[in-house]
Design a binder for this molecule. Structure first.
Ligand SMILES: [Zn+2]
Ligand SMILES: [Zn+2]
Length: 290
């Protein structure tokens, strides 16, 4: 399994001198597993990923979408494979109660937001709405999805291929006591506790024994906002320890965080990580083989 990072920022893309090493595009990770080309999230990083896929002649692309917040879909209208006849793009995401997956993408390209409507794209598009916990087979890769604790309806993914495992957990507040997702609120304290426990259990199952976990670490402890639905590096480290993760990539970096600050965070948390866990910070252009 080969993992390439095309966009590692949260919220919005940045381009400035202090962000050139880690990169400024929003979330997009490419996974090559056997013959399958899989992308996770469609932030602005998907633009360069799409150009590379077209240049390589890839005609079948699977896109796993964590959720529809802007930083995870805003690159999609500029995804070059959309303009390629004979290309199939299959998009997967957790089912929402309020709207369809196809409607989310159609809305983003609706006049006056974008000049070309989704149904004018040359590629064939298919939309697969997943049930909580549903397992999907993509080639010889098994993909597991679970709901995460984050505003909206947000899913994490676990990809297993030939005995190697990648977990993708962005966006999520792993250990919060607040229920943040759409439809999760309830007046019953005991039901709230059950739902919080189930969300954490889902995240833990996705991460369990993963060779690599890509994890939301948007906040530093001093910046933490309880209602935003993002984690801190210590949360990701806790999950890594509890779930037996081999390698942990800090991801979904806060857009104002400069390269030197990410270096400092990494050095600080490497001292806490211990020798069992390899800690790194996701950077645009970084390619990892599992
Ligand atoms: Zn995000
Ligand atoms: Zn989000």
């Amino acid at each position: 399994m080969q993992i390439a990072f095309w966009g590692v920022r949260g919220s919005f893309p940045v381009c400035r001198e202090q962000s050139l090493r880690y990169g400024g595009n929003t979330s997009c990770v490419e996974v090559r597993a056997g013959e399958s080309a899989i992308l996770i999230d469609a932030g602005t990083g998907i633009r360069a990923a799409g150009r590379a896929l077209v240049a390589q002649g890839v005609r079948q692309i699977h896109l796993l979408l964590s959720h529809a917040h802007w930083d995870h879909i805003q690159g999609f209208p500029f995804f070059a494979p959309l303009q390629q006849p004979g290309t199939l793009i299959r998009v997967y995401s957790l089912r929402r109660p309020d709207t369809s997956l196809e409607a989310i993408f159609a809305e983003q390209q609706r006049h006056p937001f974008f000049p070309l409507a989704l149904d004018r794209m040359a590629a064939r598009l298919e939309f697969v709405e997943l049930e909580e916990g549903q397992v999907v087979q993509i080639g010889d890769t098994r993909v597991y999805s679970r709901r995460l604790n984050h505003p909206s309806v947000t899913g994490g993914f676990r990809l297993e291929h030939q005995g190697r495992t990648l977990a993708y957990l962005s966006d999520v507040d792993l250990y919060t006591k607040l229920l943040l997702g759409a439809g999760l609120q309830t007046p019953s304290a005991s039901v709230r506790q059950q739902r919080l426990a189930a969300l954490l259990e889902g995240a833990s199952q996705l991460a369990s024994g993963a060779d690599l976990a890509v994890c939301d670490t948007f906040f530093r402890p001093e910046d933490y906002e309880p209602s935003w639905g993002h984690s801190r590096p210590e949360d990701a480290l806790q999950l890594a320890r509890d779930s037996g993760i081999g390698q942990l990539a800090l991801f979904h970096h806060e857009p104002h965080r400069g390269d030197d600050e990410i270096d400092q965070l990494l050095a600080h948390y490497r001292r806490q990580a211990g020798s069992q866990l390899e800690l790194l910070a996701a950077a645009e252009g970084l390619v990892l083989k599992l």
